[in-house]
Design a protein around this ligand. Structure first.
Ligand code: ATP
Ligand code: MG
Length: 420
């Protein structure tokens, strides 16, 4: 019986794991410059945390959550997204009592029971940020810009920022009424989910992946016509700041985002290259004015976004953006008899302490297989120790790039390595 990984989940092995960590490092280095500190929350939350925030009509809550009862009969859920847990923690730990804005980032696995396909998995990694405590288009512009800087840092091309305002509560109330009226005349053509959404949450219809391409979608009322003057002005300010920072954007009136907690500004960074990934969202986010208060916290707004790591990785592979990932060793020590083997173990660890990635072959004492081992690891230096070297307290060292070989006193080895 050969066991297989769970459907829709990935193993990252060696080079793939190196790429994964490379992305993590670039992204976290960049975001720290923008003043964000890390938060690590549990992967499990009480189910209610997501139902209450993401919304009970959202795809995530209705279809995609990994929910189960633990032995104490509590309903728990593997987190499908990062904002709700961070908001939960923010309130539970009373971070709002700080005088200033709290800027947090997270990085970790998320779980959604979706149909697996390119760029869509059941366990996937998100890097995300949340800023709590200020409602200002200046903050919004700056935060959206930090996402732009991350694409720049990674070198990813062909990304476009799509942005929209879904307004404040009043704007959305007015819009929901217009949408309900409009879609009511197409109700027979709507998918089953959207027929239900029509009653409960008509905005969700705009995020439907089934109905999205229908012609009647294009002529649906636009949220921009229902925005209150305050929401309209707020949106325009944020757009002005993006222009100031040199970020070009497209306003997408159908962009509403699949989660219920958003208000005012929502945005996505979309891949626009000419291949099968075209149209895929790499990063998405928005402002949420009421999430913290809905969770029983004070009336404090937040804004955030999340990047999908697998999608970043796939694009970076396609655009050839990973540096040459050196998988091997700096030094391989070849030992030609039992006693030399013993000595090589000692020497290897001295070299490791000095920062050299050093490997030995634990098994062979003949030359050929050990040379092959060194070649496979692409070792820059090969050290050879045999009986003669041992007696003379010397080593033979090959520089594989310069193609030189010499025998030197072992005590001179560190100097030799420094010079070569
Ligand atoms: P989509 O519209 O593609 O389903 P979404 O709106 O559900 O995305 P968000 O909840 O906003 O996505 O998550 C933010 C980012 O996380 C997405 O832009 C994407 O890069 C990534 N992401 C979301 N779902 C998955 C998944 N199942 N597999 C891999 N990455 C994902
Ligand atoms: Mg989705």
């Amino acid at each position: 019986m050969i066991y297989q990984k769970v459907k829709g989940m990935l193993d990252y092995i060696e080079n793939e794991a190196d790429k994964f960590r490379y992305i993590e490092k670039c992204v976290t280095d960049e975001i720290k410059k923008h003043g964000f500190r890390e938060i690590i929350t549990p992967i499990l939350e009480n189910t209610e945390v997501f139902v209450h925030s993401v919304g009970d009509e959202s795809d995530i809550v209705t279809k995609e959550m990994y929910t189960f009862f633990d032995k104490g009969n509590r309903s728990l859920t593997l987190r499908p997204e990062g904002t709700a847990p961070v908001a939960r923690s923010y309130i539970e730990n009373k971070l709002y009592s700080r005088p200033s804005l709290t800027k947090l980032y997270y990085f970790g696995p998320m779980f959604r029971y979706e149909r697996p396909q390119a760029g869509r998995y059941r366990q996937f990694y998100q890097f995300g940020v949340e800023a709590f405590g200020d409602s200002s288009p200046l903050l919004d512009g700056d935060l959206i810009y930090s996402g732009y800087k991350i694409f720049e840092r990674l070198g990813i091309k062909d990304i476009v920022l799509k942005i929209n305002s879904i307004g404040d509560f009043l704007s959305r109330e007015a819009y929901a009424i217009k949408l309900r009226q409009y879609f009511f005349s197409y109700r027979d053509r709507l998918c089953e989910d959207c027929q239900r959404r029509l009653e409960k949450n008509p905005l969700r219809i705009l995020d439907c992946k089934v109905d999205r391409n229908q012609p009647y979608f294009r002529t649906a009322p636009k949220i921009s016509d229902s925005l209150t003057p305050a929401s309209r002005a707020y949106f325009q300010k944020a757009l002005d700041y993006l222009t100031l920072l040199g970020v070009s954007y497209e306003i997408d009136y159908n962009l509403v985002r699949g989660l219920d907690y958003y208000t005012e500004i929502v945005f996505e960074y979309i891949y626009q290259g000419d291949d099968d990934f075209k149209g895929l969202a790499i990063c998405a986010g928005g402002k949420y004015s009421n999430l913290i208060s809905d969770f029983g916290g004070p009336d404090i707004p937040g804004i955030g976004y999340a990047f999908g790591l697998e999608r970043i990785m796939a694009l970076m592979d396609r655009q050839n953006l990973f540096p040459a990932l050196d998988s091997g060793a700096d030094i391989v020590i070849i030992a030609l008899d039992e006693l030399s083997k013993e000595h090589s173990l000692y020497l290897a660890n001295i070299l490791r302490n000095r920062g050299y990635r050093t490997e030995i072959d634990y098994y062979h004492t003949t030359l050929k297989p050990q040379f092959r081992f060194a070649e496979r690891l692409n070792a820059l230096f090969i050290i050879i120790i045999g009986e003669e070297e041992r007696i003379n307290k010397s080593i033979t060292i090959k520089n594989t790039k310069r193609k030189t070989q010499e025998t030197i006193k072992e005590e001179k080895l560190l100097d030799y390595l420094k010079e070569h």
